[in-house]
Design a binder for this molecule. Structure first.
Ligand code: CS2
Ligand code: MG
Length: 408
């Protein structure tokens, strides 16, 4: 069996999805997601210029060897652009494998460990009352877990995940348009003083059963993160996410010595070598890698298995930048993983997105139910894809009040 061709598509409804389609001499094709948020053209170019010319003629069933060939063969290892490109190839090869076997991917991993996988939504408010409304909206829809972010009084601009424009319902619209980033201003002291009390009010309003998550987005120093974790301990958070800059694997030691708050980290990691120390030292409770950014199913499954040895559960990244293909790969891993925790999930299911990526995966009452279709269980409509093109975007940059550049 041979790979005969592969194509890359960039674009989508309000997103620059990077979709890879690998064709074979047996008519079976596979699909993968290489969407590196706000840097989408780079994995696309890597695929087109270097990887696809090598893929043609390879046996698509040898997904492990193909992964090793590209990873080792590049000589310069890791990095988000490479790993997103390898991730798309790997997803597409697993998709082909599942279709050849006539089985959904979770069966190839070891079958189902659960019927539905719990997901969490994003509740956002310009202030606490606004956030309470947003949480109530998701609770009414049946979500059991909600990530909560709100504006901080006296902060000179919107804080992390609180865009200035409010869209329909309780959703805020992230405006990442344009190649030049917007600037947000951050004030650690005000955040540290305000947020623990706000989280406590959310807990008392919604009671003990709601799983409450909060994302610090790498903004605190290790000592500050330890103080913050101690302060929010009575709230009983499901997790505290990215309390410190993620590239320092030792930064969480201090937090761990001072608090038992569950810690989640890893959305910016792209390899097992970014998190092996964290996992082995049991400094975290949830690993947040994404199948797209961390080299596909083959590599992420290794991370999940290492995590399982150390009581670390999964909480895969599920920001809207991941296409339904990545979310499907994660849904199959979530159905199987003995150490599944939770899945971040934003409703992608607009009619436009469903038309571009038809699938039978279901979301109901805050749970995702994986489809039994062979492979990833998601298709890609090339006619629909022709409607979209690339539109450059950027993440905001963050500065302290004196102008010092900080972590977005
Ligand atoms: C966030 C992300 O989902 C999350 O937890 O931290 O939305 C992150 O800001 C984006 O993925 C950046 O591309
Ligand atoms: Mg995050």
């Amino acid at each position: 069996m041979k790979i005969t061709d592969a194509k890359v598509f960039v674009g989508g409804p309000a997103k620059n999805y990077v979709t890879l389609k690998i064709m074979t001499d047996q008519g079976v094709y596979g699909l993968g997601d290489a969407t590196l948020n706000n840097r989408e053209t780079l994995p696309a170019a890597y695929l087109q210029d270097y990887l696809i010319p090598n893929l043609i003629g390879m046996d698509p069933r040898n997904s492990e060897d193909i992964w090793q060939f590209f990873y080792r063969g590049a000589y310069f290892r890791r990095g988000p652009i490479s790993m997103a490109a390898f991730g798309a190839i790997d997803m597409a090869l697993w998709d082909i494998k599942g279709k050849l076997a006539g089985m959904p991917l979770y069966q190839l991993f070891g079958g189902k460990s659960r019927d539905g996988a719990m997901v969490y939504a994003h509740a956002t408010g310009a202030d606490l009352e606004d956030l309470m409304d947003s949480i109530a909206h998701y609770v009414e829809q049946g979500y059991k877990a909600v990530r909560v972010q709100c504006g901080i009084p006296g902060m000179p601009s919107a804080s992390y995940a609180v865009p200035e424009t409010k869209g329909e319902g309780k959703h805020y619209i992230s405006d990442f348009s344009g190649i030049r980033p917007k600037v947000e201003v951050w004030d650690t002291d005000r955040y540290m003083r305000y947020m623990p009390g706000a989280l406590a009010e959310i807990r008392s309003r919604f009671g003990p059963d709601l799983k409450i998550l909060h994302d610090v987005h790498h903004r605190l120093l290790p000592r500050e993160a330890a103080e913050f974790a101690k302060a929010v301990e009575p709230v009983g958070l499901y997790w505290l996410e990215d309390p410190t800059p993620a590239e320092d694997q030792d930064a969480l030691r201090l937090l761990r010595q001072h608090s038992t708050v569950p810690v989640a980290i890893g959305e910016v990691f792209n390899s097992i070598y970014d998190c092996n120390k964290l996992i082995e030292a049991e400094l975290i409770d949830f690993i947040r890698v994404a199948v797209t950014y961390a080299g596909g199913i083959t590599h992420v499954k290794r991370i999940v298995d290492l995590a399982g040895l150390h009581h670390v559960r999964t909480g895969f990244h599920g920001a809207p930048s991941h296409s339904p293909l990545c979310m499907a790969a994660q849904a199959h891993l979530n159905a199987w993983a003995p150490n599944f925790g939770i899945q971040e999930y934003l409703v992608l299911g607009t009619p436009e997105c469903d038309a571009l990526f038809p699938s039978e995966h279901q979301m109901e009452n805050g749970m995702v139910y994986v489809s039994d279709a062979p492979g990833l269980g998601v298709d890609f409509d090339e006619k629909e894809a022709a409607r979209y093109s690339y539109a450059p975007g950027s993440h905001p940059v963050v500065r302290l009040q004196d102008g010092t550049l900080w972590n977005y």
